[in-house]
Ligand binder design. Structure first.
Ligand code: BF8
Ligand code: SF4
Length: 659
């Protein structure tokens, strides 16, 4: 099975590297001036002889290599290896220590999920620490949403009568305990996991403790039982989702709950006449301040005195999503576009915080005047300027960065290039609060009822979350967009986050016009009513941009509320998720956490687990018995859409909804 999936991936990416014409044009431009990018490097990995990848490790792709100790590395024989390997590799069925292929594959997966969880928990720690220090008046931030803070506190069963600073300090402290203490379970999990999901062995201990155990279990000579390893991965996945909830909720408290905004996406959001500052990464603590000070009169005067018409802040990846959601800041691109944005020659400063930062950005920047500025101690680059960010000095850091960018403007070279397409329009800013706000105009007492009624009547056949990354292993964006268009025809409402949301935006799917063009008639009528109710005088877009990857938390909160209201479990809802172009360890953590909460999750890039039929079965079928959720692995987007739809039909049937 794995062999077929690898071939399908390869066929897709060889057909076309990126669905978006502007991205394709920029790849060609970068190639023509000798800049290597994620796309050209991927192409090198595609070189093959006798039908086998010369450069991509087939053992790694199947998850069947182990480097845990110095008796190894060990690699196990597998039926799915290309035939040359099968001829030349002895039929080794165990590592030197005797570890079975099932142990090795499960151990590798747990380590991958753990790294993802560590990333999200580190993000949550930054958000909690910022909230705590803000409560202590040590930062220049404000508590913008005291009501949201009270609602979080009430979920955590705290005394909400306390004054707001005390409440913020206490809530933040609970989160910090959930990340690093020696307690037995996460308080956020007890409060935010649907009650029905709490008692099936997946309620995690604080993240740090789970990660400590993971380090022990996966080291040589410890946990050998694949089922226990996968169960631990599921628990870490839930801890990961709780970390998303901490980040997303606290960021709303500090920076505001997103409301609908209109903006644009594409390389052409860069402005030839202005100082271009690109903000990239995930934690919006600094980027909020960069956006704020880019409008400061003193900064603007400085920019003008050096010949620029203004300061143009644009976003990349999830930091981009954060400032889009709250301020309408336009998006230059997703993770895969980061090198190409610099290759325009128009970036005065490329500012990174943490996660999904390709180390090669500094090599691309060397060809131009672009200053790469790293800001967090966890993600430094070898030659970048490092301006350390702390919550206490947020204002000074933001101003210093903007000054560097402004002073760099006159150094811009002649080697600039923008693709021919215009940026695409998009609507973003969907949050649970915004959705409930619109729905409450239809039913004030019971805002979820109109949504439930429309699902029951089949006007909304189901809801699918398009999440995660875009991948150069297939045609970038194409899987997301194909699946989106197929599901819309069938009246499935789509929510999107992370780079997946940006892929949909590049394809024009985040607009009211896309509803007219792609949504089935029933869904169209619902979106028209909601658009009128929301006061935008047009239908709502058929794909709702819910934010960054940490904002998958919003989706978990929404579906938990739906399940709770109906008195059923998440697994019984006609919903699913698709991470059809997943790339990162973080995506693996969110994926398995969602499965543990009962969601069926599609993966369109083959996960490195298929070397063990035991692990594959645990994730794709046994997990359904234990948690209700499971993974579907299907590279072909048309087939994947069918499988997602079948899952929705099945759940509708079980609920007695036959329409
Ligand atoms: O957290 S979707 S490539 S940018 S990991 Fe990274 Fe994947 Fe993009 Fe945001 Ni999410
Ligand atoms: Fe090989 Fe066992 Fe060492 Fe892994 S832990 S490298 S399987 S000997």
């Amino acid at each position: 099975m794995a062999g077929k999936l690898f071939l399908a991936e390869k066929r897709l990416r060889i057909e076309k590297r990126a669905l978006d014409d502007d991205t394709e044009e920029m790849i060609q431009h970068a190639d023509s001036i000798g800049i290597d990018t994620v796309f050209s490097r991927q192409a090198k990995y595609d070189e093959s002889t006798l039908g086998i990848d010369k450069t991509r490790c087939n053992f790694g792709s199947l998850g069947i290599c182990c480097r845990q100790c110095a008796m190894g590395p060990c690699r196990i024989w597998n039926e799915d290896l290309p035939f040359i390997y099968k001829l030349s590799t002895p039929r080794l069925e165990k590592g030197t220590c005797g570890a079975s292929v099932d142990t090795i594959v499960a151990r590798n997966l747990l380590m991958m999920v753990a790294r993802g969880t560590a990333s999200h928990a580190a993000h949550a720690r930054h958000a909690a620490s910022a909230l705590l220090k803000t409560a202590q008046k040590k930062t220049p931030y404000l508590i913008k949403e005291p009501e949201k803070l009270r609602s979080i506190a009430s979920k955590l069963k705290m005394d909400t009568e306390n004054d707001i600073e005390a409440l913020a300090a206490e809530t933040a402290s609970i989160a910090l305990f959930d990340i690093l203490s020696d307690e037995n379970s996460m308080k956020f999990a007890a409060s935010y996991c649907p009650k029905s999901n709490v008692n099936n062995g997946i309620t995690p201990a604080p993240v740090g403790k789970e990660l400590l155990d993971e380090g022990l279990e996966t080291s040589m000579g410890n946990m050998a039982d694949p089922e226990s390893l996968i169960l631990h991965a599921a628990r870490l996945g839930v801890a990961d989702i709780m970390s998303l909830i901490i980040s997303s909720e606290f960021q709303d408290v500090l920076f505001g709950i997103p409301k609908p905004v209109f903006s644009k996406i594409g390389f052409n959001v860069l402005d030839k006449n202005k100082v271009n500052v690109i903000i990239h990464g995930h934690v919006p603590l600094l980027s909020e301040k960069i956006v704020e000070f880019s409008e400061d009169a003193e900064m603007l005067n400085k920019a003008r005195s050096l010949g620029a018409q203004g300061i143009n802040v644009v976003g990349c990846c999830c930091t981009g999503n954060e400032v889009l959601m709250r301020h309408g800041v336009p998006l230059a691109g997703s993770s895969l576009q980061q090198e190409l944005v610099i290759a325009t020659g128009l970036a005065e400063a490329f500012v990174v915080d943490i996660q999904c930062i390709f180390p090669n950005v500094e090599n691309v920047a060397k060809k131009f005047h672009t200053r790469i500025i790293s800001t967090m101690k966890e993600a430094k680059l070898t030659n970048a300027v490092h301006i350390p960010f702390e919550e206490e000095n947020a204002d000074e850091t933001a101003k210093k960065i903007l000054e560097i960018a402004i002073e760099n403007f006159p150094k811009r070279g002649k080697n600039i290039y923008l693709p021919h397409g215009a940026p695409k329009d998009l609507m973003a800013g969907f949050s649970v609060e915004t959705c409930l706000g619109v729905l409450s105009k239809i039913n004030k007492e019971d805002p979820l009822k109109p949504l439930i009624d429309n699902i029951a009547s089949g006007n909304i056949y189901g809801v699918v979350l398009l999440a995660g990354c875009t991948s150069p292993k297939v045609t970038a964006d194409a899987s997301h967009v194909t699946i989106a268009k197929e599901l819309l025809k069938q009246n499935v409402l789509l929510i999107a986050t992370g780079c997946a949301a940006q892929a949909c935006a590049r394809a024009g799917l985040l607009t009211p016009e896309a509803t007219e063009k792609y949504a089935g008639n029933k869904l169209k009528s619902v979106l028209k009513v909601l658009g009128e109710t929301a006061g935008i005088k047009k239908p709502l877009p058929p794909v709702w941009h819910f934010g960054s990857c940490v904002d998958n938390a919003r989706v978990v909160i929404l579906v938990s509320a739906l399940a709770e209201k109906l008195g059923i479990q998440i697994k019984d809802l006609p919903i699913a998720a698709s991470a059809s172009e997943w790339v990162t360890e973080k995506a693996a953590a969110i994926g398995i956490g969602s499965v543990a909460l009962g969601v069926t999750v599609h993966l369109g890039v083959t996960p490195p687990v298929l070397g063990s039929s035991v692990v594959a079965a645990l994730l794709t079928s046994k997990s359904e018995e234990v948690f209700g959720g499971k993974f579907i692995v299907e590279v072909e987007p048309m087939k994947a859409s069918k499988l997602l739809l079948e899952h929705i039909t099945k759940t509708r049937g079980k609920l007695g909804l036959t329409i």
